[in-house]
Write a protein that binds this ligand. Structure first.
Ligand SMILES: [Zn+2]
Length: 281
């Protein structure tokens, strides 16, 4: 089975602002290992080999106010993934309020071969459907992603980083996006945890184009959060959110997930098949 972790944060550490960097450092043992993975794709691949993970999607996004990341993350992650583009899948972003030419930046992401676009409402300080409230750039992003067959991951649920605004984390705003961009593959990160799981599950059942990334949910309580996950297994992807606070290792999440009382084919679907459908090869 080819396991994909659809959500790990391998980022240009130098760009972190002091506040969020402190959160990361405090929350983690083995901080040196994380730094090494961020510096060296070879080191990351070696780690993935050691735990039986074939592919990883490397989440990067522009969030200058809250995290410090600028649009340079896109070139950075594209270069990083050149080491092995079959196994390292790049995720980049365009920030509606920090881009002079959203269309040109989206064209650039396509040129760079970016495999996933990230929208992070609580860190980018906007609602996922704000194109209905005058943020037309957001519509440009969704249109370009839809036209180029690039999935868009939208963070849902809370964030504990100092400047995050959690009202933006309610998944209900994805409802408009799913209706207005029916061919866009939407990947709902974290299933609205820990407060909006009912909304998340409703949207997953309602919309064909909405998928679930279980990262950030401790696998041990996945069935408590999503008791009917079996029904949406065909659109659910395994992810960890490593190395965010609260996720010590990828392998611990993997073990916990594998130990869940779910049919083997459901586990295989979530660990492997859904991601292979979303990013074949
Ligand atoms: Zn994340």
């Amino acid at each position: 089975m080819q396991i994909t972790d659809c959500h790990i944060h391998i980022q240009p550490v130098d760009m972190f602002k002091a506040g969020p960097l402190e959160v990361m450092k405090k929350a983690r043992g083995h901080y040196e290992d994380i730094l090494e993975y961020c510096r060296s794709p070879k080191a990351l691949l070696k780690y993935l080999d050691s735990i039986g993970v074939e592919r990883a999607v490397l989440i990067n996004y522009v969030a200058p106010e809250t995290m410090g990341f600028t649009h340079e993350v896109n070139q950075w992650v594209a270069d990083y993934c050149k080491e092995n583009p079959k196994r390292l899948l790049s995720c980049g972003s365009v920030h509606p309020r920090h881009s002079l030419n959203v269309q040109a930046e989206m064209d650039n992401l396509v040129r760079l071969g970016i495999r996933l676009i990230k929208i992070h409402p609580p860190h980018q300080l906007l609602y996922a459907n704000d194109y209905l409230n005058g943020v037309k750039e957001l519509e440009t992003i969704y249109r370009a992603a839809e036209a180029n067959g690039i999935p868009v991951m939208i963070h849902t649920g809370t964030s504990i980083f100092p400047a995050a605004r959690n009202k933006f984390g309610d998944p209900i705003y994805l409802d408009d996006v799913a209706v207005d961009f029916p061919k866009l593959k939407i990947l709902m990160a974290h299933g609205g945890r820990p407060i909006w799981m009912h909304t998340a599950f409703f949207l997953l059942r309602r919309h064909k184009n909405v998928h679930l990334d279980i990262s950030g949910i401790p696998p041990k309580i996945l069935l408590k959060y999503f008791p009917r996950v079996k029904e949406i297994a065909h659109k659910t992807l395994f992810g960890t959110d490593f190395p965010s606070p609260g996720i010590p290792t990828i392998e611990q999440n993997l073990e916990q997930f594998k130990a869940l009382e779910l049919p083997e084919q459901v586990k295989e679907q979530i660990l492997s098949k859904t991601a292979l459908e979303m990013w074949p090869g």
